[in-house]
Design a protein around this ligand. Structure first.
Ligand code: ATP
Ligand code: NI
Length: 362
């Protein structure tokens, strides 16, 4: 598949007509004493048939991003006005709950870390898949049973016909996650959001599920947004990656560029913390400190307190995405870039961009 080369890299990230386009998404939670800016003005695209990763430590806003796209943010949370989520050309942020249900039924499927969230313990796996087929694709009776068997086979569940009559608790963890994926496929979605779908599974099963997702993607032309805290997993499955920190995307790149040429100090630290052959107990280098709760406006770099490269301006200038590395699609929001400029010129560049953005939005 060849796509026309795009010159406005920032606007479309080199992908014409993306299936999902998120612009300036802001999702906040109003608690008694603070406003948590869980997702603080992020923008990214998912092209048709590609897998885009979101990676970051716990609390960085990955799941809130997924839930915002799915229309699943509930009070005290809110997707703020000015946010845009466009799916297949349709703006989702102003849909009613009823309209959203039909998108969740057939357009976008979601696979969570915990398959229990998607499976009902009191119905057999077969009945749940058949119900999904009836609701979303109007397939019933004998036909539904045949299709459900086919779907279980498609996700690699052996002895599929017999297993239709089993309950979720009779499935192992890996098989249960496969069953959830089969249930999602029953809706025949174009787009799948996977939020840490393999985190609870052991490494071998995890690899099998990733393999399955890749196969399904190829066969069905699925587009996938894949969320994980695991750099190794993202390297395995994603075409492009967005690195998230404290509600913001700090670096975006193709998977090749991100691993060969990481630029943001946070990305570099994350990559250093990938466990090697040595066990976690002796080998894992972690980043000092933890992700701060983003409860203040982003008028500074949220990573600065943990960053060995931070300088004075990092405390009072909001970093903006600027081109880094050698390829068009690679950007980072860090005052160290563009690195061919002097420190003063770099800071000025970021201040200017921040001002432009505020003006665009007022
Ligand atoms: N219902 C809620 N009420 C208040 N704060 C929330 C709520 N849901 C999420 N948050 C906050 O939003 C921020 C982002 O949370 P999120 O669950 O998106 O992180 P994550 O990147 O998915 O982390 P993990 O890897 O642990 O799943 C966190 O500070 C979290 O405490
Ligand atoms: Ni999460």
């Amino acid at each position: 598949m060849s796509q026309p080369q795009n010159t406005t890299a920032e606007a479309t990230e080199g992908r014409e007509d993306p299936i999902l386009s998120v612009r300036d998404l802001q999702t906040v939670f109003y608690t008694d004493n603070e406003t948590i800016r869980a997702v603080d003005s992020i923008s990214f695209d998912v092209g048709r048939g590609e897998t885009v990763g979101i990676v970051g430590e716990s609390g960085s806003g990955k799941s809130v991003t997924a839930r915002s796209i799915m229309g699943l943010i509930e009070s005290p949370g809110k997707v703020l006005p000015g946010s845009s989520i466009s799916f297949d050309g349709q703006e989702l942020t102003d849909l009613s709950e009823k309209q959203y249900q039909s998108i969740r039924g057939s357009g976008i499927g979601m696979v969570f870390q915990d398959p229990q969230q998607s499976l009902n313990p009191v119905y057999t796996v077969g009945n749940q898949i058949r119900e999904s087929l009836a609701i979303n694709r109007d397939i019933t009776g004998e036909k539904a049973t045949t299709e459900a068997t086919r779907l279980l086979r498609a996700v690699g569940i052996p002895d599929a016909k017999r297993r239709l009559d089993e309950y979720p608790h009779e499935f192992s963890g890996g098989m249960r996650q496969r069953a959830v994926i089969a249930m999602m496929l029953a809706c025949d979605p174009d787009f799948l959001i996977c939020d840490e779908p393999t985190t609870a599974l052991d490494v071998t099963i995890q690899a099998q599920i990733l393999e399955l997702l890749k196969e399904l993607q190829e066969e069905r032309g699925l587009s996938i947004l894949f969320i994980t805290h695991d750099m190794g997993v993202v390297a395995d499955i994603a075409n492009r990656v967005n690195v998230m920190y404290a509600g913001q995307i700090v670096e975006k790149a193709t998977v090749e560029d991100l691993f060969a040429n990481p630029q943001h100090p946070y990305t570099r630290a994350l990559l250093r913390s990938i466990p090697g052959e040595h066990s976690r107990a002796d080998g894992l280098e972690t980043i000092e400190g933890q992700v701060p709760t983003p409860n203040e406006p982003a008028d500074h770099c949220r990573f600065a307190p943990r960053c060995s490269k931070a300088f004075d301006a990092c405390e009072n200038v909001p970093p903006q995405h600027v081109p880094v590395g050698d390829s068009e699609d690679h950007t980072a929001s860090c005052l160290l870039y563009p690195d061919d400029l002097s420190e003063t010129a770099r800071v000025e560049r970021h201040v200017e961009r921040a001002t432009e953005r505020t003006e665009e939005h007022s």
